[in-house]
Design a protein around this ligand. Sequence first.
Ligand SMILES: *Cc1c(COP(=O)(O)O)cnc(C)c1O
Ligand code: SF4
Length: 411
Amino acid sequence: MSVTPTKPDGSIVALKTKKRPTAKDTRADSGDPRPVEHIRARFPSGGRGRPWQDVPEDDWLDWQWQQRNRVTSLEMLEKVIDLTDEERDAFEASHAQFHMGITPYYASLMDPEDPNCPIRLQSVPQKGELLVLPTDLEDPLAEERDMPVPGITHRYPDRVLFYITHNCPVYCRHCTRKRKVSDPTSAAAKKQIEEGLAYIESHPEIRDIVISGGDPLSLSDERLDYILGRLRAIPHVEIFRLGTRNLVTLPQRVTDDFVAMLRKHHPVFVNTHFNHPKELTEEAFEACRKLADAGCVLGNQMVLLKGVNDDPKVVKELNHKLLMARVRPYYIYQCDLSQGISHFRTPVEKGLEIIEALRGHTSGLAVPHYVVDAPGGGGKIPLLPEYVVRKEGKKLILRNYENKEFVYEEP
Ligand SMILES: *Cc1c(COP(=O)(O)O)cnc(C)c1O
Ligand code: SF4
């Protein structure tokens, strides 16, 4: 059992008893061969924002220091970037509903002078959040309705979503689960996790567990080890996936101890959430490298966001960088109907245009599935540009990525 002091939701209070990681631990060579320099050179360090120039390296690389020093107030944010009046107003008006929280690492990726910086749009409150359209929904994916026990969404026959915390290092402004995330009263209690485990144990049809939140990596290694160990002991559980944005917002969390813990529980899949090539820094690359070297299979789930990545060139660059970091682009999500994110929504046409611009033009490995998570709990529905031009009897007229037509004779 865990000896780490935990909050009721199982997240750690502080690891005072443990030696904190030093620069050497987090940068240390685990003995795995390093990617060549010209690949690494594509991933420049995220650097340090204005307020953190003199922070000792050991603090900066310590994920708990990063957690403790998150930017949560307007006063602190003013020190990081040149705020616009609009951002200031949006902060004041949105604060009570959905807190702001940004790790110093992620805040350092923001362009202090550009209000349209893609990192800034994802983490600093915007005016658009205050607008709730009549078509917006509080629980757009009906995740609550499909909950047989609190904390488990069982929608598909053979797999479940398992929420184990509601904390995240950075509160993404486009978050689908705004209603829960950053709300301390919705924290998944230990009892709830036990009930979720019991549900999975008693349902032999469940072979795949999507471990989600919040961000599961908000829990301590000890707590995660316990949960993964319990899941691994269930004979019908074949795989699980950790859905985490820590690789993006707090890559320091991926310590050598953490990956050593994961190694015990293979096969482990890690699905992360990079939205823009700027997020693929040296630090993020290192976190991906450690996980991949530890044998995890990495996938990325991008959310299509207006002003951030609604541009085929940006997505292509993102996906090429992901592949170099050994992360396979898995999904592009159409922005859902959560409240207060309408300013991020693009037409579905945009998603189709992106897929069209990728397929054939670059590695198939760089082409994810574009999906709409159907409002009302219909699940993920894939959308593709139309490649069937017409049918003439048994002749199927198809077009390729260059819009050239080809005939396939059906049997
Ligand atoms: C996304 C999701 C899954 C996993 O779906 P895959 O297509 O297998 O990645 C499972 N359950 C729920 C409720 C989901 O939303
Ligand atoms: S990491 Fe995921 S759950 Fe957490 S705020 Fe961002 S989108 Fe929401």
